[in-house]
Every structure is written in C-alpha cells, then in structure tokens.
Write a new protein. Structure first.
Length: 337
C-alpha cells in the first residue's frame, strides 16, 4: 500500500513539475515572440523639455525618419519639469518593453551633478545618438554694447553682475556660463527667463542681454540682424556659418558637443534596444535626414550605444570639474533669486 501511495505522489509531483515547466516555457516563448515582433504598436518618445527648443525640434525630425525604418507610429510627448527629470521618471515608471523611450542631451548628467536627480547616465540602456550639435553659441541683440567676445568680456569686467544672462541653475547652459566666468574672470547676473522660446523673446524685448542657444534655432534672426552671435563654442567653424568665429579663436578655450541620444529603461530587453539602435543607424544614413539636420547647422552622426555611453561619461567628467570650482554659497544665492 505504501508503495502504491508513494507511486501516486511521485506521479502527481511529476505532472505538476511538467505543468510548471510548460507554463514557464510558454511565458518565455510569448516574450520571445513579443520581442521578435517589436514594434507592433506605437512607440511613445518623451521629450523632457517644452516644445520649441532644439531638443524638441531634433527629436521630431529623428522620429519622423524612425517611423519609416520601424514601420510604426512614434508619438512625441513633451513632459517638462525639474530639469528633465520629470519626463525621464515617467519613462522609468512604465513597462520596460521598448514602447516608451526618451531623447535628451547633456543636461541629464548635469542634473546628476547638481543633485537634481536620483539616477545617473549609467542607469539606462542607450539605443545611440543621431545628432551632435557643435553650434552652441551666445547671442545678443543688435543694440547690445558688445558684438564679440572681447567686447563682452571687457564690458562684463567693467560692470560685474550687471549683464543679464538667460539661464537657470542646474541647466547645461548654467554650467556653460560658469565655465565662461571661470575662464574670463567675469561675473554675470543669472536670469531664469523660461524655456527656449521665452529666452529669445526676452532678448528681443530687452529683458536679458545674453542668451545661450544653438545657431540653427536663430538663423532667421541672424539673417535679419535682430540678433548677433558672439561665436560658436566649438573646436572649428561651422560649414553652414563659416563667418562665425569660434570661442577659441577669440581667446576663450571652451568647446561644447551637445549629444542628442535615445535611451530606455535599463530592464528593456536587449533585442528590443538593438532593433531600435539599428533603425537609428539607418536613419543617420538617410540622405534626406542628413540634409534636414545639416540645414539646422547640426551634424548627423551616429554613435552606437557604447560610444554614446562613453561620450556621456566624458561630458560628465568635464562638467563635474566645472561644478567643483563653483562656490557653494554662490549656487545657494542664485537658487534664491
């Protein structure tokens, strides 16, 4: 009798084990099918800043061509707040299945440096980068008392704290300002003038004196001579704007490569991220994409996931050195403005 019950128990255990294994196998198969079928529904890309700036413009250009490569709709959503961390956290709050991604730039490691985020650039899976912006510049109005870096530096040294610079504490352009101050022995007045569009309107209205931006965003104003560029923060002049001198040519050793990358929740399957990355690379090879990007005086350059992560590491290390030179009392004072 014992033997009979023992046999029954063993048989039942075997059946249960088979059911469990089958269920796991079925789940794995379903996951594999889902990953191989990716994407089979629209993908949401979060732009963690407001509409109208270079991040928004570049993401929409890239998304348009990604739709062709992935044969799927890509829905761009602007989710601004807290220097980009609000939008990034929204992506992290969703299922890591590849249907929610974000695109951003150098500001993410800046948030980490300022303690505005509880994540680092190492906490994501990157599909890569499609655009590099070497056209970062300081622009002023046509009526400004300075029209190049030399005259700006001279004026700022003679009027410390009186030149209004449009940026906000914790932003990428705030670190640009601090590095410029460190290298030129100047002091500017920080003015939080809002988003990209508000900053430009503030310059037109005389509410600020200097706005950091990308040349491609103000081509019309430069051509109409409402604005003037004081130079590009790059190692060489731009092909699209060969008459604009670099900061280095004017005696200020600064260089900014603004990287526009695409990132996913770290739990996203590698196969999904790889497929998105392959599509991104094909987008950069598209001549129409290249022309559209170059018309904005930007560089259509593909960096793979490893290269993107390495570039962000380089940017973070550079920005950390700039930040470390800023007096803590100075940051608190600017935060209180």
């Amino acid at each position: 009798m014992k033997s009979k019950f023992s046999f029954m128990y063993k048989s039942l255990a075997t059946i249960l084990l088979i059911i469990v294994i089958s269920a796991c196998s079925s789940g794995d198969n379903e996951n594999n099918v889902a990953e191989n079928d990716y994407p089979n529904k629209p993908i949401e890309v979060v732009v963690p800043v407001g509409a109208g700036g270079d991040t928004d413009v570049n993401s929409r250009i890239t998304a348009k061509y990604l739709e062709e490569e992935l044969d799927q709709n890509i829905v761009v959503s602007n989710v601004e707040g807290s220097g980009g961390s609000t939008g990034i956290k929204e992506v992290l709050s969703k299922e890591p299945d590849g249907y929610s991604t974000f695109t951003y730039h150098n500001a993410m490691p800046v948030n980490e440096i300022y303690g505005l985020a509880d994540y680092t650039y190492e906490d994501f899976k990157y599909a890569g980068s499609a655009i590099t912006d070497k056209s970062n510049t300081f622009i002023v109005s046509k009526d400004a008392p300075f029209d190049d870096l030399e005259s700006l530096i001279e004026y700022a040294q003679e009027h410390p704290g009186e030149v209004d610079f449009a940026t906000e504490v914790g932003s990428m352009t705030h670190l640009q300002l601090k590095e410029f101050e460190q290298k030129t022995d100047t002091e500017f007045n920080l003015v939080d003038a809002g988003g990209a569009s508000e900053k430009l309107n503030g310059l037109l209205g005389g509410r600020v004196d200097v706005v950091p931006t990308s040349l491609g965003l103000v081509q019309d104003e430069l051509e109409s001579e409402d604005f003037e560029s004081l130079g590009v923060i790059a190692d060489e002049r731009l092909e699209g704007a060969p008459d604009v001198e670099t900061f280095e040519e004017q005696g200020v050793d600064m260089e900014v490569d603004k990287l526009f990358y695409w990132a996913f929740d770290p739990e996203t399957p590698d196969e999904v991220v790889d497929k998105f990355s392959d599509a991104l690379e094909k987008v950069v090879d598209n001549e129409s994409f290249q022309e559209e990007v170059e018309n904005n005086w930007l560089d259509p350059v593909y960096l793979n996931p490893e290269e993107t992560s390495e570039k962000l590491k380089e940017i973070t290390e550079h920005d950390q050195k700039v930040y470390d030179k800023i007096d803590e009392d100075e940051i608190e004072e600017e935060n209180d403005k």
